[in-house]
Design a binder for this molecule. Structure first.
Ligand code: SF4
Length: 241
């Protein structure tokens, strides 16, 4: 199955400017955005092994304006590179929620599409897009660097056209994603990110943002406890007696 054959959900496009000058400006902005992308690669499985050649001198992803980034706070793309265990998925969701919008998710490897060779395992999450909005899958066990670069080009083209809007779906249908997360992790599952407040901030509070699962969240959510720093006051050794 090719990378273009796997259906991914598309959220509605943002409102387009009616002003011709505004449209030109929007297009220019999207062009610039698509030429400067920072990826955070979450190496969850064996597919991660193909990323170093894709990023370094042999295939040189940087010539496309794509570079690695160490922090989710400054990253545009989250790469999930293989099977995702239930435990790892919690970290993947936490990482995703910390990224600023607009943000994009690429599932690399067949394991992110349907569980791959771990489809029968009790310990893995089977379909990544049940828990997060995925922009693009790059299927294969494992996909070669050429396929990774082709996927990046596809995402870049979608950003330029203004059709890479899966991130909007997380806000518009947060209750759906949270419901799937709660089914896997238990109904007390919470993250420190207030997704509903963010949805309001981006003007993406839809009919399906809140529902039975977000209500459950409100019931179980505990405020995060402040970290306490316990310092023992000790007598300083006197150097000069
Ligand atoms: S698709 Fe193959 S290479 Fe990729 S994570 Fe699964 S088993 Fe590993």
């Amino acid at each position: 199955m090719g990378i273009r054959d796997i259906p991914v959900r598309q959220a509605p496009s943002p409102h387009k400017s009616t002003n011709p000058l505004g449209r030109v400006f929007d297009e220019f902005l999207r062009f610039c955005q698509s030429r400067s992308l920072f990826i955070l690669h979450y190496c969850t499985g064996c597919g991660a092994i193909e990323l170093p050649p894709a990023m370094t001198s042999r295939f040189d992803m940087e010539r496309l304006g794509i570079q690695p980034m160490v922090s989710p706070r400054q990253a545009d793309i989250l790469l999930v590179t293989g099977y995702v265990s239930v435990k790892t998925l919690k970290r993947v969701i936490l990482t995703y929620e910390q990224m600023p919008a607009p943000k994009y998710v690429i599932g690399i490897c067949s394991c992110t599409v349907n569980g791959g060779m771990y489809w029968q395992s009790y310990a893995t999450a089977k379909k990544l897009n049940d828990y997060l909005p995925v922009d693009l899958y790059i299927a294969g066990c494992m996909p070669r660097p050429e396929a990774v670069i082709a996927g990046m080009r596809d995402l870049r083209r979608n950003i330029e056209r203004g059709t890479a809007n899966a991130w909007r779906d997380y806000f518009l249908r947060y209750d759906h994603y949270l419901g799937n997360q709660q089914r896997l992790f238990g109904e007390t599952w919470q993250t420190p990110v207030d997704v509903i407040a963010e949805a309001k901030h981006y003007n993406l509070l839809g009919k399906e943002t809140q529902g039975e699962h977000t209500a459950r969240l409100a019931r179980h959510q505990k405020p995060l406890e402040a970290l306490t720093l316990n310092l023992e006051l000790r007598e300083q050794p006197t150097l000069l007696k």
